[in-house]
Write a protein of this length. Structure first.
Length: 100
């Protein structure tokens, strides 16, 4: 079972991947229309552009799913806490084991 912390970690990872992929797309804004055509309106360029759009779309979907999971987990935690359930015992909070 994921904790809020583990879900936030996954969300941060997806956000970083999405940011890096979007940076490739922002390159388009720095191009003139002519340089855009030269760079992307060929077989290889169109494939790259397609791959960037697919990847950023997939990452955005993952991002939204993690946000929804976090929202649901917070509601579950609050509901259980109001019932008096110990959140550690219920698995909502994971204790970290650190070595020295």
């Amino acid at each position: 079972m994921d904790t809020v912390g583990s879900l936030v970690d996954k969300l941060c990872t997806v956000d970083m991947k999405m940011y890096n992929t979007q940076e490739k797309l922002y390159d388009i804004r720095r191009n003139t229309f002519e340089s855009f055509k030269n760079k992307y309106m060929n077989e290889e360029g169109m494939k790259d552009l397609y791959d960037y759009f697919v990847k950023v779309s997939d990452l955005n979907l993952q991002r939204n799913n993690y946000i929804d999971e976090i929202d649901q987990k917070v509601v579950e935690m609050i509901t259980e806490a109001l019932k008096g359930v110990d959140l550690y015992d219920a698995g909502f909070v994971q204790k970290k084991h650190k070595t020295l």
